[in-house]
Design a protein around this ligand. Structure first.
Ligand code: C3B
Length: 806
């Protein structure tokens, strides 16, 4: 059934009138957008219910992806694309005299995640639905998303992000599916008539968890899966116990705001409350659904896979144990076998400061019954492993140690699968960070290199490039991204390379228009666009990038006639509000930007653009315009990275350390088509072991670098007395934790090679094309296929779902 623009116009007008009861021509973009969203909800409703029906009727195995964060980006365009009616709707609106782009931009970009981890979860949702895999997201419906970032005098200022102000057209509140989550009080174990120990609860606080469901629409395949986000409310029957506004606020607080920490552990009781809240609600609703199927408990792992995205949802493990033991009356052994077979866990970071651990007292007070279960899991683990391993090794793997509950240990022990997110990361987990566990459970460990959805990051974000690729190799790459490699055969085709360059230039102009309008910075679109977009963190080394900019700046100041490739350095990054050092780096880069951008001696040779409030929507603007992708973390520290994949897919050339997925990018694109520099992870580990790194010596012996570093403290960069001193000291006095000085020399060297290559547009464009053509393997579709086949054991259900189509 093909939708015509005429039908669309009629139905859309009806939807609009039904909603607003006034003339369509007078509406605001938000009203058009809301009406369009409502129209699409109705348009896809049959598919949504048919998908549910197919899953239930066939009793298929489903996966539940538990994640504290989902970062979906705007959904209007993506839903239209996946429903196969993007062009029809665009044309229909045009016929009505409406501008689709303006309407699409009225949608808020829901920032319900911090960065890589949350965006990965949303790319996965898109791929799971597009492959027809029965999969559900499970998370938190935060009232406020990640803070909005503003710069005031170069400093980051955080404002609340009220993303629900205009409502959310995509969600459906399902109070009929609400469940109760119990906190606090006491859980006293006592024997029931059958002689089983069961908890008797007293003085608990019961919170109602209300789900809001959003359809996850597959790519032109009739599938609509479900993303379920939970909201905390006072149960109606308990209203009378809440006497003050402060009491009520405590309940609302649970799902009030997303913690703005990325790769950093935030030890707050509220965070733990959030974690138990959404895991308990999610697991309860899964069990309730399972019970409709009238199967024995032994079959649970044949029908349910629960995935723990980083340790934040690790309480899924004791929660499922609790339900099976206390409510369903299973023995510990039965419950444990079921739980382990059901659970799988992904580790996303090796940074020690990101490892979640909760004080025993806190867990005991907040979820007493869950703590008892964790204690028992821990004791049984010790009892089982002590006879097999040395006491030292065994005790290094306990869940409870030094008065803390270690969430990673719980996740590993309670799961049948533990995976890292890039080959190198998984190696480091197995042989360094989690080597004790790898000795105990070698079969649990596996790698699943991250991926991205080419639908959002190429098809929607870069329509020009999409058209070119479609023209050259056809459209099959959209469902089979490995076909992108066919594009390689155009690597020597001058015509194609020229078109590629033209598309890039057009995208650069669009970003330049944004920079001019929003920031008042005029950019030369023929300059080289160099991009680093990711959270601000010392290990990601935005500082190294800044040192390179300063090095160029000094060179040009020395010789204003210097013939040098003009570059635009683009940054996008939020810093966690409590991460002082990261915020000082933001101030530093903003100050460098002011200094450089306004220096007539520099002109267009260097421009620095630090965009405010970086997020998914800005990424969609910046990535298609990028020519250089900065992936310069200290080797061994970045678990995978995913902006590296998006930038490559859009034809940027990568400047990289051999870290995270950069290693695999190198393998696919070939050493000649990537700019590598710096220490590798082995060299970094050798420095750690020998203790032979002395940044001060590098400072003393490298006059070029010395001069650059001195600009932090000698007044060259005005107005950063405090920040400049702190950063200088961190690098020179306090031994430069992330080896910035060590890698400086090879970084600036490789940047010179970048400039040289850029002088030869054909050679540059050829490498750009080869990057695009080599990026197919990084499609999240492949990543998800591997998760589904090797971990979840969930099969695609496309035929069962599609049988409903008439
Ligand atoms: C990130 C890592 O820092 C990235 O290397 C990785 O690509 C993504 O996860 C996705 O796997 N990460 C994050 O965004 N937040 C964390 N708490 C931990 C890791």
């Amino acid at each position: 059934m093909v939708l015509t623009t005429k039908e669309f116009r009629e139905d859309f007008s009806k939807t609009f009138e039904g909603l607003y009861a006034f003339d369509l021509s007078e509406a605001s973009p938000i009203q058009y957008y809301t009406a369009l969203g409502n129209y699409l909800k109705v348009y896809s409703a049959d598919n949504w219910s048919h998908t549910n029906q197919a899953y239930l009727e066939h009793q298929v195995k489903q996966v539940y992806y538990f994640s504290m964060e989902f970062l979906p980006g705007r959904m209007l365009k993506s839903n239209l694309l996946n429903l196969g009616i993007l062009d029809t709707v665009r044309d229909g609106l045009r016929e009505m005299g409406l501008d689709f782009e303006v309407i699409a931009r009225a949608e808020v970009d829901p920032a319900l995640g911090n960065g890589g981890l949350g965006r990965l979860a949303s790319c996965f949702m898109d791929s799971i639905a597009s492959l027809g895999i029965p999969g559900n997201g499970n998370g938190i419906r935060y009232r406020y998303g990640l803070f909005q970032q503003k710069f005031v005098d170069g400093y980051q200022v955080e404002l609340p992000e009220n993303w629900l102000r205009d409502g959310n057209v995509w969600e459906v509140r399902k109070e009929n599916k609400a469940v109760m989550v119990r906190f606090g009080g006491q859980a006293i174990l006592s024997e029931d008539p059958d002689g089983r120990l069961k908890p008797i609860y007293s003085q608990t606080q019961n919170i109602l968890a209300v789900p809001y469901d959003t359809g996850m629409i597959g790519y032109q395949n009739e599938v609509v899966n479900n993303l379920r986000l939970w909201s905390a409310e006072i149960p109606p029957e308990e209203e009378i116990h809440y006497h003050t506004i402060a009491d009520r606020e405590k309940v609302n607080q649970i799902t009030e705001v997303l913690y703005p920490d990325d790769s950093n552990y935030e030890g707050q009781i509220l965070r733990l409350r959030q974690e138990y809240f959404f895991t308990s609600a999610g697991v309860q609703s899964i069990v309730r659904y399972y019970k409709q199927m009238v199967l024995t408990w032994q079959h649970f792992p044949d029908k349910v896979a629960i995935h723990i995205n980083d340790t934040h949802p690790a309480l899924c493990i004791p929660e499922l144990m609790r339900i099976l033991l206390d409510e369903e009356g299973l023995s510990w052994e039965q419950a444990w076998e079921i739980t382990q077979k059901t659970m799988s866990y992904t580790n996303h970071t090796i940074l020690q400061e990101a490892m979640e651990k909760w004080p025993v007292r806190m867990v005991q007070e907040l979820v007493p019954r869950i703590y008892q279960i964790i204690e028992e899991i821990n004791q049984r683990h010790i009892d089982k492993k002590l006879p097999l391993y040395t006491p030292e090794l065994t005790y290094r793997t306990t869940i409870i140690a030094d008065g803390n509950v270690k969430m990673a240990h719980l996740a590993i022990i309670g799961s049948h699968s533990v995976n890292g997110v890039a080959k190198l990361h998984t190696e480091i987990l197995m042989h360094e960070v989690l080597r004790d566990f790898y000795q105990m459970y070698p079969a649990k460990f596996n790698n699943k290199t991250n991926g991205i959805t080419q639908r959002r990051w190429l098809h929607l974000a870069n329509e020009g490039l999409t058209k070119l690729i479609d023209n050259k190799i056809g459209t099959a790459w959209k469902t089979n991204p490995s076909e992108l490699k066919l594009f390689k055969s155009f690597a020597n085709n001058e015509d194609t390379l020229a078109q590629l360059a033209e598309i890039k230039l057009e995208n650069k102009k669009q970003f330049a228009a944004y920079a001019e309008k929003e920031m008042g910075i005029e950019l030369d679109p023929t300059a080289l666009f160099d991009v680093q977009i990711k959270r601000l963190h010392a290990y990601k080394r935005q500082l190294l990038n800044a040192l390179h900019i300063l090095d160029r700046y000094l060179k040009i100041k020395d010789d204003p006639d210097l013939d040098i490739q003009p570059r635009v350095f683009i940054f996008g990054a939020k810093a966690a509000p409590s991460y002082v050092y990261a915020k000082q780096i933001i101030k530093l880069i903003n100050t460098i930007a002011d200094m450089v951008n306004n220096d007539p001696a520099i002109g267009n040779k260097i421009k620095v653009v630090f965009v405010e409030n970086y997020g998914v929507s800005l990424a969609e603007l910046i990535i298609p315009a990028a020519e250089v992708s900065e992936q310069i973390s200290l080797a061994g520290k970045e678990a995978s990275g995913t902006s590296n994949m998006k930038l490559m897919l859009n034809g940027a050339l990568t400047v990289a350390t051999l870290d995270g997925a950069n290693v695999e990018i190198r393998d696919f694109v070939g050493e000649d088509n990537i700019f590598l520099f710096g220490l590798n992870d082995q060299e970094v580990y050798a420095f750690y072991e020998n203790g032979t790194y002395h940044s001060r010596d590098i400072y003393d012996s490298n006059p070029r670098l010395q001069r650059v570093l001195n600009t932090f403290i000698d007044g060259t960069i005005p107005g950063i007395e405090t920040e400049g001193r702190v950063i200088f000291d961190s690098l020179v006095q306090y031994n430069d934790e992330y080896f910035v000085l060590k890698d400086f020399e090879s970084y600036v060297e490789v940047q010179e090679k970048v400039d040289q290559l850029y002088q030869d547009p054909m050679a540059w464009n050829q490498k750009s094309l080869l990057n695009i053509a080599s990026s197919g393997p990084f499609s999240a579709d492949f990543t998800i296929k591997r998760y589904a086949e090797e971990i979840w054991k969930t099969d695609s259900q496309l035929p069962a779902i599609q049988q409903y189509i008439h």
